[in-house]
Design a protein around this ligand. Structure first.
Ligand code: ATP
Length: 677
C-alpha cells in the first residue's frame, strides 16, 4: 500500500500529457542481430527538465539515444521528439532543434576549435556574428584553450569539452548528451551541470543526459534507471530515494536492481525456461512496457498519427546548398591542413602516367644474345645480316654452339642466333631458283633482313603486303599510344576511388557521420559535398596529366581538348561515385581497401585498356562492354587520334555510358547511406 501511494505521488509530480514531453518513447524495441538491446522500453522526458539516464555499461543507453535522434531505426514501438517522430519530413529533429553530443568524440582532428564551431554554425544557419558570439561564450564557459588550437593537439578532456560546445552551439531546444562529463574534472563537471540547470530554467530547453557518475544525476529533475534494455524506474531523484529509503541515488539503484532480480527469479521459477528476451522482462502480471515506477497511464496513451503534404516532403528531400557548402568547405579545409597528402594526390597521377609512357611500349635495350656463326668467310651474308641488327637493343656475343646453349640454359642469354656454314649459298639459291628443297629453305630463312644485299632482287624476299600511310595516326604508332588514353582514364578513376572509398568509413567510425546527420545534413547532401570537393582535386589532377602527356610525352591529340578534359573529369566522377558506394556500404578500412584494390586489376584487364576488347573471349566480352571504362577509353582514343567529335556514335556512347554509371553509383551510394544512418 505504501508503495502504491508513493507511485501516485511520483505520477503526480511528473507531467503526463504528451504536449508536456520533449521525448516520448513507447514500447520501443531494438536489436542488433539476435541481441535484443531495447525491449518494450517506455521513457518520457518532460519539457524544460533535465532527464538523467542511468544504467550499467552495456544496458542500452547509447542505443536508446541513437534511436531518439533517429540515427538508429527501432524495430517496434514509437518515438516522439519535440512533437513529431525523428526524421519526420519538415521536422527539425535531426536539425537545429537538437544538440547531440555522441559518446565518441566525433570531431575533425585537422580542425581548430574555431573551425569546428564554425562548421556546425554553418550547418545550423547561424550568421558568422552569431557563431562568433557563441564561440567566445563557449570557449570561456568550457574553459577551452585558444580558438586556433588544433583539435588533434588537445587533451582528451579538452576534446570532450569541444564536443560538448558543438552540441550547445545553436542553443537547441533539446540537448542529448551521451556521457558529457567523462574525463572532465569535478570543478568543470559541476559547472556543466550548473549550466544545464540554468538553461532548463527558461522552460524551453530540455536535456537528456547519460552519465556513469550516478550521484551527479541528483541534479536532474527526473532520472531513468535502465537495466537490460528496460527502464526499472523513472522519477525525480528525491522521490526515488525516499521510496527505497536510500540516502543516495546509488543505493536506490542497487535496491531497484535487487527487486528486479527477485521478480526475475520468481518468474523463472513459475515459468518454463524461455528465450533470453523473456528473461529480461519482469513481473508477469504487469504491463511490461511500463517501468516498475511508471509515470502514469497517460504515458502509455495512443500515439498520434502524422501526415505530411507532398510540398513539405519535396522540400525535405531537396538538398540544401547551405549544408552542401558547409560540408564541401569542411573537406577542403581538412585537405589544406594535410598539405603532404594533397601534394601526393596531385603528383601521383603524373608519376603514374610518366612511368607508363617511359616504361611501356619502348624497344628493349642491351639484351645479350649468343651468336653461333658457322660461316667463316668475311663477305658472307650472315656477317652483313648481323651488322643490320639493332645493336643498341641486342648485344651480340659470338660463341660456339655448346657455349651458346649452355649459356641459354643458365639464363645468361636471351636467345641464340645461328647460321649454318652454307647460309649464303642456300639463301642465294632460294632467291634465284623456282623450286628448292626444304634443306635450302631452312638454311636461308631469314630473308627479311637481306633486302639491301639482294639489290634489285630484294622484292622477291619481301612480304606481299605494302603498308601505306594510315588514314588515322602515323605509320610508327606504338603500343604506348594505344595504352595512354585508357591509362589516363583508369588512373583518374582509381585515384578517385582511393580518395573516396575511406571517407565515410572513417567518419562513421569516429561518430562524425551520425553527428552531421543529427545536425541536419542528409545523405544526399553528404554525397554531393564529397563529390564537389573531390572534383576540385580531380580537376588539378587532370590538368597535370594532360600537360604531361601532351607536352612532355608528345602524345597526339587531333580532337577537341575540351571533350578530352570533360571525358576524363567525368570518369573521375565515376571513380568518386564508386568510392562512395564502397564507403557507404562497408564499415571498416580493411574491407573498404580490399574492395577498392580487388576490382582494380580485373577492371584494368577486362576494360580493354591494355589489350583490345576484340581479343577478349565471349562471354567475358559482354562483361567488358558493360564496364564503365571500356567505351570511354574507346571514345577517348577516337577523340585524340581520329579527331572525332560528339556527332560520332563511338564518342557519344563513351560519354553516355560514363554518365549512366555516374548516376547509378551516386543513387546507389545515397540509398545505402540513407538505409544505414
Ligand atoms: N553496432 C553494434 N552492433 C552489435 N551490438 C552492438 C552495437 N552497438 C552496441 N551493441 C551492443 O548493444 C548493447 C548496448 O550497447 P550500448 O552502447 O547501447 O550500451 P550503453 O548502455 O550505452 O553502454 P556504455 O555505458 O558502456 O556506453 C551492448 O551489449 C553492445 O555490445
Amino acid at each position: 500500500l505504501k508503495e502504491e501511494n508513493m507511485e501516485a505521488d511520483l505520477e503526480a509530480s511528473l507531467p503526463a500529457g504528451q504536449e508536456d514531453s520533449a521525448i516520448r518513447c513507447r514500447d520501443v524495441c531494438r536489436s542488433y542481430g539476435k541481441l535484443k538491446v531495447l525491449s518494450n522500453l517506455n521513457l518520457t522526458v518532460p519539457r524544460g527538465q533535465i532527464y538523467g539516464l542511468l544504467g550499467p555499461s552495456g544496458c542500452g543507453k547509447t542505443t536508446l539515444l541513437k534511436c531518439i535522434v533517429g540515427t538508429l531505426k527501432i524495430s517496434r514501438g514509437h518515438i516522439n521528439v519535440l512533437g513529431k517522430p525523428p526524421a519526420f519530413p519538415g521536422h527539425d529533429v535531426p536539425g537545429k532543434m537538437v544538440g547531440y553530443m555522441p559518446q565518441e568524440l566525433a570531431l575533425y582532428n585537422e580542425f581548430t576549435i574555431s573551425d569546428t564551431l564554425t562548421f556546425f554554425g554553418r550547418i545550423h544557419g547561424l550568421t558568422s556574428k552569431e557563431t562568433h558570439a557563441r564561440m567566445d561564450f563557449l570557449i570561456d564557459f568550457l574553459d577551452l584553450p585558444q580558438k586556433h588550437s588544433l583539435v588533434r593537439n588537445l587533451s582528451g578532456g579538452q576534446r570532450r569539452r569541444v564536443s560538448l560546445g558543438a552540441a550547445l552551439l545553436q542553443n537547441p531546444e533539446l540537448l542529448i548528451l551521451d556521457e558529457p562529463t567523462v574525463g572532465v574534472d569535478p570543478v568543470l563537471r559541476a559547472k556543466i551541470w550548473q549550466h544545464l540547470v540554468e538553461i532548463v530554467k527558461t522552460g524551453k530547453v530540455s536535456v537528456i543526459i547519460t552519465t556513469h557518475y550516478i550521484e551527479e544525476a541528483q541534479q536532474a529533475n527526473v532520472v531513468g534507471l535502465m537495466r537490460n534494455g528496460n527502464l526499472l524506474a523513472e522519477s525525480p531523484p528525491e522521490a526515488l530515494m525516499k521510496m527505497h529509503s536510500a540516502t543516495t541515488l546509488e543505493h536506490a539503484f542497487l535496491q531497484l536492481c535487487k527487486t528486479s532480480d527477485q521478480i526475475d527469479c520468481q518468474r523463472e521459477s513459475s515459468l518454463p525456461v524461455g528465450p533470453l528476451e523473456n528473461s529480461q522482462s519482469f513481473e508477469s502480471g504487469r504491463d511490461e512496457s511500463r517501468p516498475i515506477l511508471g509515470v502514469g497511464p497517460g504515458n502509455a496513451g495512443v500515439v498520434p498519427k502524422f501526415s505530411v503534404g507532398w510540398k513539405v516532403r519535396a522540400r525535405h528531400v531537396l538538398p540544401k546548398w547551405r549544408n552542401i557548402a558547409a560540408m564541401t568547405i569542411k573537406t577542403i579545409v581538412r585537405m589544406k591542413r594535410l598539405p603532404g597528402s594533397l601534394c601526393f594526390q596531385f603528383l601521383l597521377p603524373v608519376i603514374q602516367i610518366s612511368l607508363i609512357c617511359l616504361c611501356i611500349g619502348g624497344d628493349p635495350k642491351g639484351i645479350q644474345v649468343a651468336v653461333v656463326n658457322n660461316e667463316t668467310s668475311s663477305n658472307a651474308y650472315s656477317q652483313s645480316l648481323l651488322s643490320f641488327l639493332d645493336n643498341s637493343s641486342i648485344r651480340q656475343v659470338p660463341l660456339s654452339h655448346k657455349d651458346a646453349f649452355d649459356g641459354i640454359y643458365n639464363g645468361e642469354y636471351w636467345g641464340v642466333i645461328g647460321f649454318g656454314n652454307n647460309f649464303t649459298s642456300y639463301l642465294t639459291k632460294r632467291m634465284i631458283q623456282r623450286r628448292v628443297s626444304s634443306d635450302v629453305v631452312d638454311g636461308g630463312s631469314m630473308h627479311a633482313f637481306v633486302e639491301n644485299k639482294l639489290g634489285s632482287l630484294s622484292y622477291l624476299a619481301a612480304l606481299p603486303i605494302k603498308f601505306e600511310e594510315p588514314v588515322y595516326g602515323s605509320l610508327n604508332t606504338d603500343f604506348t599510344t594505344f595504352v595512354t588514353p585508357g591509362a589516363v582514364l583508369s588512373i583518374t578513376f582509381y585515384l578517385a576511388v582511393g580518395l573516396t572509398a575511406l571517407s565515410f568509413v572513417l567518419e562513421r567510425k569516429e561518430g562524425l557521420l551520425d553527428r552531421c546527420w543529427v545536425a541536419g545534413v542528409s545523405s544526399l547532401e553528404m554525397m554531393l559535398a564529397h563529390l564537389f570537393s573531390q572534383l576540385f582535386v580531380i580537376s588539378v589532377q587532370v590538368i597535370l596529366l594532360l600537360l604531361f602527356i601532351l607536352l612532355v610525352f608528345k602524345m597526339p591529340n587531333e580532337g577537341s581538348l575540351v571533350l578530352v578534359i570533360i571525358l576524363i573529369v567525368l570518369q573521375g566522377v565515376t571513380g568518386i561515385s564508386f568510392g562512395l558506394v564502397i564507403s557507404a556500404a562497408i564499415d571498416d578500412e580493411q574491407s573498404a581497401n580490399q574492395a577498392a584494390l580487388g576490382i582494380f586489376y580485373p577492371n584494368l584487364i577486362i576494360s580493354g585498356i591494355i589489350w583490345p576488347v576484340e581479343c577478349i573471349p565471349y562471354p567475358l566480352r559482354y562483361i567488358s562492354l558493360a564496364l564503365p571504362q571500356t567505351y570511354a577509353s574507346e571514345a577517348l582514343r577516337c577523340i585524340m587520334y581520329r579527331g572525332w567529335g560528339l556527332s560520332r556514335f563511338m564518342v557519344w556512347r563513351g560519354f553516355a555510358v560514363t554518365l549512366g554509371w555516374n548516376s547509378f553509383f551516386l543513387i546507389l551510394a545515397t540509398v545505402i547511406l540513407k538505409l544505414r544512418t
